[in-house]
Design a protein around this ligand. Structure first.
Ligand code: BGC
Length: 531
């Protein structure tokens, strides 16, 4: 998503390495995400999130956030409407998942649908998700359920009333970091308990939250997501972060306590982790990195905030409240609340030491516009530009990121819970898939305990602030008929996941580190202003 790239711009780096065509790669069978004996196993999956796909989702904050003002909303971005009708078409979409030959489907359950008003549970929504899970069991698709993926019931933080002049009420708890923050943590604890009780017999793997830093940043620092709070005060951001860390820990503990049924008989009723946005952050003046200690230091600060702070806090139970790199605040209840870690990789970005940590020390570099939406600078490697998202989809960078996480957290099983590309070209999508898997294979061969790969996303969908323009789907969606159509990326993903092998021919056709097939020209013209 571009929310980070509002503040970012991407780096200029030379292309290197040969094109693909190495030996075939075999992937072992699916295993547990967190069982220590599952080291060496591997799974294929696809991912989605409720707000991005579901129709009739009227109690969610994104609904009023994007609803036109004339209709009582605040008219930000593109109206989410019925998204891709993924709620009413869920059974059809599950057949698409099955057809891909993947092992698992990562999706989120919409809190706003289950609890549209505070303490009022919608049993029809519970029944819907149960039916979905039962169908998945019948089809042999393992669920990985995300509890909180960028969306809230309106009563958690009403974007129409963010000033909260009267303090938190049952209709508006005022969001994370406010006086209502601790209450939201308790609401999420109750919600996760309910999920564990009602679905624990069908689900063994849960994700608490999705991309916490990006989400909080977009929602509570730059006002790009609902509730739309604009505040670059680091102390306020720390309050928001503290509430969200507490929410993660509360969800983790609630699921561990309430999901006591081992759904798949592997002896593990609830493996609970979370998914983190990661990127290949590089010093912008990287021709001579040793000459730019400021950029290197800025890169390290960004690593601490974006990559490590959340994980370190929930492993150690210590919080770096002033974001200075030293954790001084004890939260023993957060400690060891993680069984696996999801990594989500989309881009490479340049970092400059002459910019503050908040909003972000990101500098203008090719493929992206930084704060200048719609601009697209000439790049030495335009094939890597992802114009629909305004960033550089430097696939190869995922390798270093995975290896860095493997080295820092050797006891934590990793899984790529999202990687993908926004493109209208099936060939480009196939290249993204094969190249990400090649990098994953290299990292595994070098000893990293990485247990799976989920392509983002099953279908095209509502890309948050970017609306319906970016096309991430293995299945393209026609927004008039809502028909789903496969493309070359779908074929390649299906062949690889079904055979658990990438052939020499597939590698030669799509792999390697050479230039990618460029985005079709009309997209560049639409999204980029060439200077
Ligand atoms: C998010 C998804 C989003 C995807 C593509 C991830 O940051 O988890 O919700 O659609 O990136 O931008």
């Amino acid at each position: 998503m571009k929310r980070v790239c509002v503040l970012l711009a991407l780096c200029a780096c030379g292309e290197d390495g040969p094109s693909g065509g190495g030996p075939p790669i075999d992937f072992p069978a699916i295993g547990s995400l967190a069982d220590p004996s599952g080291r060496g196993s591997f799974r294929f999956g696809v991912a989605s999130a409720a707000t991005q796909i579901e129709d009739g989702n009227t109690a969610v904050d994104w609904y009023v956030w994007t609803l036109p003002e004339a209709m009582g909303g605040i008219g930000k971005g593109t109206f989410v409407g019925d998204a891709v009708r993924g709620y009413s078409r869920v059974m059809e979409d599950l057949m698409l998942v099955k057809g891909l030959g993947v092992d698992s489907y990562r999706f989120s359950m919409e809190w706003a649908r289950i609890e549209p008003q505070r303490d009022v549970i919608d049993e029809a929504a519970i029944a819907h998700y149960r039916e979905q899970l039962v169908a998945m069991r019948t089809l042999g698709i393992k669920p990985l359920v995300t509890v909180h993926h960028f969306s809230n019931p309106i009563w958690v933080a009403d974007p129409r009333a963010i000033s909260c002049v009267n303090g938190p009420t049952s209709e508006n708890l005022c969001g994370f970091g406010s006086d209502g923050g601790p209450q939201i943590v308790e609401e999420l604890r109750e919600h996760a308990t309910l999920l564990g009780q009602r679905f624990g017999d069908l689900v063994d793997e849960w994700g608490t939250v999705n991309e916490p830093i990006n989400y909080l940043f977009a929602s509570y620092a730059v006002g790009y997501f609902p509730p739309g709070i604009l505040s670059l005060d680091p102390n306020q951001f720390a309050k928001v972060l503290r509430d969200y860390l507490a929410s993660h820990a509360a969800i983790y503990s609630a699921l561990k306590a309430s999901d006591t049924v081992d759904a798949d008989g592997d002896g593990r009723p609830a493996d609970v982790g979370f998914s983190l946005s990661v990127a290949d952050w590089v010093p912008t003046r990287m021709n001579k990195p040793s000459d730019n200690p400021e950029d290197l230091a800025a890169r390290d600060r960004l690593h601490n905030l974006f990559h490590y702070l959340f994980v370190d806090s929930i492993k150690s139970g210590m919080f770096d409240a002033n974001l200075d790199g030293v954790a001084e605040e004890a939260h023993p209840e957060w400690r060891d609340t993680i069984d696996w870690l999801g990594l989500q990789y989309y881009f490479r970005a340049g970092v400059s030491g002459d910019r503050p940590l908040l909003p972000a020390p990101i500098s203008f570099t090719p493929c992206t516009s930084g704060l200048d939406f719609g601009a697209c600078r000439p790049s030495p490697q335009p094939s890597y530009c992802v114009p629909a998202m305004g960033y550089e989809g430097w696939v190869d960078g995922i390798y270093d990121v995975i290896v860095a996480f493997g080295a820092r957290y050797p006891d934590l099983p990793l899984v790529v819970t999202e990687a993908g590309i926004a493109s209208t070209s099936g060939k480009r999508r196939a290249e993204n898939i094969v190249r990400v898997l090649e990098a994953i294979d290299r990292a595994r061969a070098n000893g990293v305990d990485l247990r799976g790969y989920y392509y983002w996303s099953l279908t095209d969908n509502f890309e948050w602030a970017e609306g319906f323009g970016p096309r991430f789907g293995l299945y393209s969606v026609d927004y008039t008929t809502y028909a789903r159509t496969a493309n070359e990326g779908t074929e390649v993903m299906t062949a690889i996941a079904s055979a658990r092998t990438i052939t020499r021919d597939q590698r030669a056709a799509h792999g390697g580190t050479g230039p990618m097939t460029p985005e079709p020209d009309h997209m560049l013209d639409t999204y980029c202003r060439k200077d």
